[in-house]
Design a protein around this ligand. Structure first.
Ligand code: NAD
Length: 440
């Protein structure tokens, strides 16, 4: 991958020491540069630009956990709270070996803009633990999660900062967090505090439709794009990088609309089948085998070949900074639908524009997760249970609205979708700051 230490004009008070070998710092820099491009398109107060350049709070905890072997290991956990002018901080918890302060700072900022674009009354946050997730047993993950939640203490709260799932975490992780938090904070009103996290299992207070929500939102965004461009999804082809929560649901939902999954890449390898890969069977294989490698219904190809596979729709749904200039030149597709956060670099975006490949940017395309997390939180608050159809209808409405707001800005200002999506979000945040002012 080519490295792109491109400059940023966003004024920040402090920045992590720059080391472009650290993917987290490169990602943070890419985010600031994307923000700068959007700020060029809208009139945002100087003090708002200044405060958005850095998160409000950075919480770092180091904590020991007893392993199955009886030995102790020390973990570093992060919770970065970027902005809460629109509502409580909201964002996922990531367990991955690449988690760094800089990475989580960028992801937290993206959450602020995602919530603003979707008009969800939340601010932005993100957290996580730097760890090789696959090395640990379930009981070790439970102890790590409970101790992390304990050490975050009052830095999270059901109306203050509400974690959700992200890479390496799932509904079980959220239930452990919730259970630890309510046992630490509640006496008789334990159920009232269940909304401390979203993405819980249905039995523990989750929402119908939350598990597939991010993938569902990506598919709603693709449907809007297909309507606008005239692509028939029935018979279209697509590829997916990452076959976890987001990627596997995109795979299954697009397949239901008649689209054919032709290649998948994850951390174990890359598979290809021109005749189509059956996403449901692949999801079962990944559940039992831990990855797509050696799946019987497709041939194994080199990882390098993945991006060059001919298709209509390419869905990055894994990690950051995957589509740089070099990869963007290889791509043979009509649209990139960003299931992942931050999968495209600035240079990647430039080449995609030159090559007329459309991009449905992360803060719009993968917002389904936070939207249905908001629905879960509202249901918990009101002691309600919504039917799946109601969740899906509301999600569809909000995804469509965000898509068309982004497209309208893009047409009016002749800018790409990413710049437009960020600009719409920035305008919404700026408006509130102008009305409320800065205390004192
Ligand atoms: P997950 O842990 O369920 O799955 C991650 C997938 O990425 C796995 O298939 C893994 O094998 C693959 N992967 C990891 N490293 C890789 C690499 N170097 N190359 C190729 N594949 C790799 O995670 P998820 O929840 O599906 O999240 C995936 C992306 O979607 C992340 O960027 C996350 O921030 C974003 N996202 C998730 C949600 C959500 O609700 N879960 C919401 C919005 C955005």
């Amino acid at each position: 991958m080519s490295k792109e230490p491109e400059s940023s004009d966003v004024v920040t008070t402090s920045q992590p020491d720059e080391d472009f070998n650290d993917p987290g710092q490169r990602f943070y820099r890419v985010h600031l540069d994307q923000l700068t491009q959007a700020l060029d398109q809208v009139s945002i107060e100087d003090h708002v630009q200044l405060l958005l350049g850095e998160p409000k709070n950075e919480v770092i905890v180091n904590f020991p956990v007893k392993m199955d072997s009886g030995e102790y290991e020390l973990f570093t956990g992060y919770r970065i709270q970027h902005n809460n002018i629109l509502g409580p901080y909201k964002g996922g918890m990531r367990y991955h070996h690449d988690v760094t302060l800089a990475e989580v700072k960028a992801l937290a900022a993206l959450m602020s803009y995602k919530c603003a674009l979707l008009d969800v009354p939340y601010g932005g946050a993100k957290g996580g633990i730097r760890m090789h997730r696959h090395k640990y047993s379930d009981s070790e993950i439970e102890r790590i999660t409970r101790r992390f939640t304990h050490d975050l203490g009052n830095n999270i709260g059901p109306d203050y900062d509400i974690p959700g799932p992200d890479m390496g975490t799932n509904s079980q992780t959220m239930v452990w967090m919730m259970d630890t938090y309510v046992n630490m904070h509640a006496t008789i009103d334990k159920n009232a505090k269940r909304r401390i996290v979203t993405g819980k299992s249905l039995t523990s207070g989750g929402s119908r439709g939350r598990e597939k929500a991010t993938g569902q939102g990506v598919v709603y965004a693709i449907q809007e794009w297909a309507n606008e461009t005239g692509l028939r999804l029935d018979g279209a082809t697509f590829t997916v990088q990452g076959f976890g929560n987001v990627g596997s649901h995109v795979g299954q939902l697009l397949n239901r609309l008649g689209a054919k999954l032709v290649a998948v890449q994850d951390h174990t390898g890359t598979i290809y089948n021109q005749e189509g890969i059956y996403p449901r069977k692949l999801a079962q294989w990944v559940d039992s085998e831990g990855g797509v490698k050696e799946y019987k219904g497709a041939e194994q190809i080199d990882d390098d070949e993945f991006w060059a596979v001919t298709c209509d729709i390419c869905v990055p749904a894994a990690v950051e900074l995957q589509i740089d200039e070099e990869v963007a030149r290889k791509l043979d597709c009509k649209v990139i639908a960003e299931g992942a956060n931050g999968p495209t670099t600035l240079g990647g975006d430039r080449v995609l524009r030159e090559r007329d490949i459309d991009v449905l940017p992360d803060i719009m395309a993968n917002a389904g997760g936070v939207v249905v997390s908001y629905f879960e939180w509202v249901q918990n608050k009101r002691s309600e249970t919504w039917q799946l159809q109601e969740v899906d209808n509301r999600l569809n409405f909000m995804m469509k609205r965000a898509y068309h707001e982004m497209r309208a800005f893009s047409r009016e200002h002749s800018v790409d979708n990413r710049t437009a999506a960020l600009a719409v979000a920035l305008k919404r945040i700026n408006k509130v700051y102008v009305e409320r002012g800065i205390f004192p």
